[in-house]
Design a protein around this ligand. Structure first.
Ligand code: PBG
Length: 308
């Protein structure tokens, strides 16, 4: 099976500090970039043939209203504008969530002084963030908060704002997984108390995943997602067969880091193990794969006669 580079989406973390490119604990080969650092790196990956990126914002200023994610000069919107100005044909996906912007680190607005989700305030905040990123020029909005009703709310906010062409990638089947650790270091988004089991899916329950995917399709998404990928190949396969709908799989941060740790300890050949892993994700039925490996793969294809 040959997987075209067009099917890879490469994630980026963008931050408002001055350092062009900062290393991240437990996340080898992945960095937090300033906007300039990001533009430089995108130039490289674009020259290597990658044409899709997924952006996450990392902020020092956090407020439980999530305001830094949508206020006028917010970092992700700025990054999108600059990317689109320099690389107009690059497809930009913008993650929409609250965990990186709230002090408590949950993906929702909580009723003040409680641990209870304020549904209305959460949907309103997510809609504002989505609109800010659409205005900045994002091609795809990718809501990852797992808030009930988030797709309907965002779709209607985009339509009302005249962004009918802005598409939505639903993080439809996002499990409450142990494989998100390095990402939470990158986005500085680990929850301050409790966990995400109140809104992310129980990994022992296949049916709930299929139900969420069905709901997102009915709510108007343009593509659904299964996340993580490797422990969920059965869900990818079943979702693809059942709905025959565009599907992305997210090969998440700890799945990636495991490969790197194995390389460091010489337990496997990096290029071969990546080929096997990504082939399995494609074979299960994903049309697109969000993966931190994409940059290495593109480099190897260009410079080392690699194929995948
Ligand atoms: C949350 C979000 C998470 C990831 C992307 N968006 C994880 C979480 O629940 O904290 C994880 C991605 C990865 O591990 O690579 N909005």
């Amino acid at each position: 099976m040959a997987i075209s580079l067009n099917r890879f989406i490469y994630p980026y973390f963008v931050t408002s500090t001055k350092v062009a490119k900062a290393e991240i604990q437990s996340f080898p080969g992945v960095y937090r970039f300033s906007i300039n650092g990001l533009l430089n790196d995108i130039k490289k990956i674009n020259a290597l043939g990658l044409n899709k990126v997924l952006l996450f914002g990392v902020l020092d200023y956090k407020h439980n209203s999530g305001i830094s994610a949508y206020k006028k000069d917010n970092i992700v919107a700025k990054a999108i504008e600059e990317i689109k100005a320099k690389f107009p044909s690059l497809v930009v996906f913008a993650d929409v969530c609250l965990c990186a912007y709230t002090k408590h680190g949950h993906c929702a607005i909580l009723k003040s002084g409680t641990r209870e989700i304020d549904k209305k305030a959460t949907l309103a905040a997510l809609s504002k963030i989505a609109l800010a990123y659409a205005q900045a020029g994002a091609d795809w909005i990718a809501p990852s908060a797992m808030a009930n009703g988030q797709v309907l709310a965002i779709r209607s906010a985009l339509d009302r704002g005249n962004f009918r062409k802005t598409k939505i990638l639903g993080y439809s089947a996002k499990f409450n997984s142990n494989f998100y650790g390095p990402f939470r270091n990158a986005a500085n988004s680990a929850p301050e108390f409790g966990d995400r089991s109140g809104y992310q899916l129980d990994y022992s329950n296949r049916q709930i995943a299929l139900k969420k995917i069905k709901e997102d399709i009915a709510s108007g998404v343009d593509m659904v997602m299964v996340k993580p990928a490797l422990s969920y190949l059965d869900v990818i396969k079943e979702a693809k067969q059942k709905f025959k709908f565009p599907l992305a799989a997210y090969n998440v941060s700890a799945e990636y880091a495991l490969v790197k740790y194995g390389v460091k300890n010489k337990i496997w050949n990096e290029k071969k193990v990546i080929r096997e892993i990504l082939t399995s994700i494609a074979r299960a039925g994903s049309d697109y794969i969000i993966t931190y490996h994409a940059k290495d793969i593109a480099k190897w294809i260009k410079k080392e006669n690699y194929s995948i």
